[in-house]
Design a protein around this ligand. Structure first.
Ligand code: 2NL
Length: 384
C-alpha cells in the first residue's frame, strides 16, 4: 500500500489497535517525509525556477491545508480514532507535525542545491542511488581516461587507396556477405565440383551448402543480379581460406575484385584500365605486362605483372631474375558467369580482376610476412 492510500484509510481499516501499532504507523510516515525530502536534496535542480517548482510541489503534497497528506492523517486517523487511542494518536501526530516542518518551502529552498549538468548526467545521478554505498563514493562528473590516438591499419589504408583510384574512374563500391552459399561462391562462378578450389583444404565450410567466402566474386554475381548491365564495380572485403598460415598465407585476408560489364567491352579496355591503375598505385615509373593464365570464371585469363620495383626490371631475387612481379589475376568474364548473373552474353561482355590487399601492402611497404598485419602489435602498426 502506498503512503497516499494509507492516509485515506481509518486506523481501524489499517488494523492499528494498540498505541504501539499507532506509533509504528506514524514512524513509517516520518520515514517517508525524510526519504522524499532526501531524494530531492540529493538530486538537486538545474536552475532556480525548477527548484522553486519542485520545492512547492513537495511542500503541497504534504502540507497543503485541504488535500495534503498531513491534513488527511488529521481527518482519517486522528479525528476518527477511538477514545482509548486518542492520546497516543495525538502525541504521534504532534511528532509528525514537527518532523514535517522541514518540508516548508523556505526550508526546502535552503536545502536543495543547484547542479548544472547535461540531461544524461542528471539521470545518472538521480538513478544511481547517489550518495549511498552502492555508488561507492565515485564522482560521476570526473572526465574519462584519455587513450592515445591510433592510426589507420595499413591494410585499410591500401584498400582505401585502391578504392579511390577506381572511384575516380567512375566505378562504384559493392559489398556482400562473408558467409556465403556454395552456389554464389563456386557454382555461379563456373567452378565445377572437381576443381581443386572446391577441395575441403581450401574452403572453410559451415555446412555442406554454406561456407566462408574464399573470394569476393560472389558479391559481383549478386551485383549483376541486382543491377544488371552496364555495371562498373569493385568489391573490397574479407575472405577466408583453409590454408596453413605462413609468411604469404593467412586464414583471413582482404581482396578487391573489379568488374566492368557493358556493350563492346574488350581486352583492350581491361589492359588500359589496369595499366592506369597500376601506375597510379605503384608510381608512373613502372611498366605493366600481361601473361596468359587460367581461371574458371574468365576466358581468356591473364596475370598482370609490373616491372620489378626493386631492380627496375633488371632482374633480382625478388622477381626471380625475370624483371617482372605478378600482382593480380584478370580476364574477360566467362559467358557462363555473365549468364549466372542474369546478363545476356550475346549482348554484353565484361572484364574482371582480383587482387590481394595484404600482398599489395607488402609490396608497397616492403613487408615480408603477412602475419604481421593480423597480430595487432602496436610496434608494427604505429609505423604506418
Ligand atoms: C586472383 C584472381 C580474379 C576475377 C578474379 C571475377 C569475378 C567475376 C567474374 C569473373 Cl563475378 N571474374 N573475378 C577474375 C580474374 C581473376 O582473381 O588470383 N586474385 C587474387
Amino acid at each position: 500500500m502506498t503512503i497516499d492510500e494509507k492516509v485515506r484509510k481509518t486506523l481501524k481499516e489499517l488494523e492499528a489497535k494498540t498505541p504501539d501499532e499507532v506509533n509504528n504507523l506514524f514512524a513509517g510516515v516520518i520515514a517517508a517525509v525524510e526519504s522524499e525530502r532526501q531524494k530531492l536534496v540529493t538530486r538537486g535542480t538545474a536552475d532556480e525556477s525548477e527548484r522553486e517548482r519542485l520545492a512547492k510541489e513537495l511542500r503541497d503534497r504534504w502540507l497543503a491545508r485541504k488535500s495534503g497528506i498531513i491534513s488527511s492523517i488529521d481527518e482519517c486517523w486522528l479525528k476518527t480514532a477511538p477514545k482509548e487511542l486518542k492520546p497516543a494518536v495525538g502525541r504521534a501526530f504532534n511528532e509528525l507535525r514537527k518532523a514535517s516542518a522541514v518540508l516548508e518551502t523556505n526550508e526546502l529552498l535552503k536545502a536543495i542545491p543547484l547542479k548544472r549538468r547535461g540531461k544524461r548526467q542528471g539521470e545518472l545521478i538521480f538513478s544511481a542511488d547517489a550518495g549511498t554505498s552502492k555508488m561507492g563514493g565515485r564522482d560521476l562528473t570526473l572526465p574519462g581516461y584519455r587513450r592515445p590516438l591510433g592510426s589507420v591499419h595499413p591494410v585499410t589504408q591500401v584498400m582505401r587507396e585502391i578504392e579511390d583510384i577506381f572511384l575516380g574512374l567512375g566505378f562504384s563500391i559493392e559489398s556482400g556477405p562473408e558467409i556465403e552459399s556454395v552456389y554464389y561462391n563456386f557454382e555461379a562462378l563456373n567452378i565445377p565440383e572437381s576443381h581443386p578450389a572446391r577441395d575441403d583444404w581450401d574452403t572453410l565450410y559451415v555446412n555442406s551448402q554454406v561456407l566462408l567466402r574464399t573470394h569476393t566474386s560472389p558479391v559481383q554475381i549478386r551485383a549483376m543480379e541486382k543491377h544488371g548491365a552496364p555495371l562498373y564495380i569493385i568489391c573490397p572485403g574479407k575472405c577466408y581460406r583453409h590454408d596453413n598460415p605462413d609468411s604469404t598465407h593467412a586464414t583471413m585476408f582482404h581482396q578487391v575484385e573489379g568488374l566492368a560489364v557493358d556493350t563492346d567491352i574488350s581486352f583492350a579496355d581491361l589492359k588500359g584500365t589496369l595499366d592506369f591503375f597500376a601506375r597510379k598505385f605503384f608510381g608512373e615509373k613502372i611498366r605493366t605486362n600481361f601473361f596468359p593464365s587460367f581461371f574458371p570464371f574468365t576466358e581468356p585469363s591473364g596475370d598482370l605483372a609490373i616491372s620489378c620495383v626493386f631492380c627496375e626490371g633488371k632482374g633480382c631475387r625478388v622477381c626471380k631474375e625475370s624483371g617482372w612481379v605478378e600482382v593480380m589475376g584478370c580476364g574477360m568474364v566467362h559467358p557462363e558467369v555473365l549468364r549466372h548473373g542474369g546478363i545476356d552474353p550475346g549482348r554484353y561482355s565484361g572484364w574482371a580482376f582480383g587482387l590481394g590487399v595484404e600482398r599489395f601492402a607488402m609490396m608497397k611497404y616492403d613487408i615480408n610476412d603477412i602475419q604481421l598485419f593480423h597480430q595487432g602489435d602496436a610496434r608494427f602498426l604505429e609505423q604506418f
